[in-house]
Design a protein around this ligand. Structure first.
Ligand code: SF4
Length: 221
């Protein structure tokens, strides 16, 4: 460790030694739920702020992509429009286990991220903050989604008539004031390691309503 620190001093270069951790879809909206991506790729306003402030960007993995069947999150798509079918009672019964399984995968991801954060901190880097996505059941910092309610509403969907607007109306109606599952686990793990990092969020609903505002980049104490 002493040798590494000496070499860090001797070989001090252009790096800012400041990083920020972003939810995956801030840099890649291709992982959003179907109907939830308003940008072709990344959220330029946030990325530009990071560039202007000389921050290294760490893209956290998308928890739902990992737990819910890949980029289209096909495991939850099975629930769309199943009301009145034999699958519906099975899925209702299965939902608490699905949430439990999701939390398990998210816990592993949170552990991996805290490992990375500790690595940066122990070598004198600053982790300026973590930006999540309000309105996400996983990455929400202030607002999340009522999963059982959204499951019920998704089960009633008529897939052949579904539009992007209707999909997002469902999301809007299921918003609740609490943290998403992944962010909650990440915050708990950070607390356990006595690491204080400010959290901030990009608001999904603002983005959908085209009122995208600048996200306040948090400043680490
Ligand atoms: S909000 Fe989180 S879970 Fe949802 S797409 Fe973005 S990174 Fe994935």
């Amino acid at each position: 460790m002493r040798k590494v620190k000496l070499l860090q001093q001797r070989l001090a270069d252009g790096r800012s030694k400041k990083v920020i951790f972003l939810s995956h879809c801030i840099l890649n909206e291709n992982t959003r739920y179907l109907g939830g991506a308003c940008r072709g790729g990344c959220i330029k306003e946030i990325v530009e702020q990071c560039i202007n402030e000389d921050l290294g960007i760490v893209q956290m993995p998308c928890p739902e992509q990992r737990a819910w069947g890949g980029v289209t999150k096909r495991l939850i798509l099975i629930a769309y429009g199943i009301r009145g079918t034999l699958l519906y009672p099975f899925f209702r019964l299965f939902l608490p286990f699905f949430i439990y399984y999701s939390k398990l995968i998210f816990w592993l991801l949170a552990k991996e991220m805290v490992g990375q954060i500790k690595d940066y901190l122990s070598y004198g880097f600053s982790v300026i903050g973590i930006i999540g996505i309000d309105g996400s059941p996983s990455c929400g910092v202030n607002k999340s989604l009522d999963l059982p309610k959204s499951f019920e509403m998704a089960a009633q969907i008529d897939i052949k008539l579904l539009t992007v607007e209707e999909m997002n109306k469902i999301i809007f109606q299921c918003l609740i004031d609490c943290r998403g599952m992944y962010i909650e686990l990440l915050q708990k793990k950070l607390k356990k390691h006595h690491i204080k990092i400010p959290f901030s969020a990009h608001d999904l609903m603002d983005e959908i309503h085209k009122n995208c505002t600048r996200v306040k980049i948090p400043v680490s104490q």
